[in-house]
Design a protein around this ligand. Structure first.
Ligand code: ATP
Ligand code: MG
Length: 238
């Protein structure tokens, strides 16, 4: 079976304006991720991991380079096109959860499927919340949940639509080790059972090591070894 890239990033850069100055957050990033692969993005705080993940999700646009997700160029899609691709194919676990504060835990998990027009989403949402240990908190509003509980709701929500690609930013960052292990199991089960591609930003060594590949970021770039490795992989495929 030949490996097909689900993510293809070429010469990616992100620069933002700060008053008179400009700040380069990402520079010269090229990488490919194959369907069904698990990849950990690691590196120091501030090295650009969340920014890269946000660009992969089409939440923001790069200032240079291109990103293809499932053969579609994100820079050529308009905002609506990017939103559609995200709704249909991509799950995202944010570092800051982004739950809707006026919806209950259960309603937050059901929302992405309901937005796609699915009906009878309740049973699956309840099942996912049970898997992350929140059966007793279905009707809580996010402000009444602890940080780790909010994170678990966000994880259940990301799994709701069975995405082809799951982008997770520090999915175990606020969890105790037992709950963190449960979440890791869930991520890899999704990968195994649905061939979901996983890109995980993490400072958790154990989680990074469980991924098939690890790429190290430093000051907005991939580390040279990671770059050489990527170049070799891309050449192999030409
Ligand atoms: N919109 C923005 N405007 C200005 N600076 C930004 C913006 N977004 C990110 N940055 C800066 O870019 C750098 C990379 O940020 P990013 O959030 O991607 O880091 P990170 O690797 O995810 O770090 P952490 O491990 O702490 O989450 C940081 O120094 C941050 O301050
Ligand atoms: Mg981050």
């Amino acid at each position: 079976m030949s490996a097909t890239p689900i993510i293809k990033v070429t010469g990616l850069g992100k620069t933002v304006r700060l008053g008179q100055d400009s700040l380069t957050i990402l520079e010269g990033i090229s990488l490919q991720v194959n369907t069904g692969e698990t990849l950990a993005l690691v590196g120091a705080s501030g090295s650009g991991k969340s920014t890269l993940l946000g660009l992969l999700a089409g939440l923001d646009l790069p200032t240079s380079g291109d990103i293809e997700i499932l053969g579609q160029s994100l820079t050529r899609l308009d905002e609506e096109g990017r939103a559609r691709l995200r709704a249909e194919q991509v799950g995202f676990i944010f570092q800051s959860f982004l739950l809707l504060p006026t919806l209950s835990a259960l309603e937050n998990v059901m929302l992405p499927a309901e937005l796609r027009g699915e009906t009878d989403c309740g049973p699956r949402a309840r099942e996912l919340l049970a898997q992350v240990g929140l059966s007793e908190r279905l009707h809580h509003l996010p402000p009444r949940l602890s940080g780790g509980e909010q994170q678990r709701v966000a994880i259940a929500r990301a799994f709701m639509t069975r995405p082809q690609l799951l982008l997770a930013d520090e999915p175990t960052g606020n969890l105790d080790s037992k709950t963190g292990d449960t979440v890791i199991e869930l991520l890899f089960r999704l990968n195994r059972e649905h061939n979901t591609t996983l890109v995980v930003v993490t400072h958790d060594h154990e989680l990074a090591q469980r991924c098939q590949r690890q790429l190290v970021m430093a000051a907005g770039r991939l580390e040279p070894e990671a770059l050489a490795h990527e170049a070799a992989r891309i050449r192999e495929r030409l």
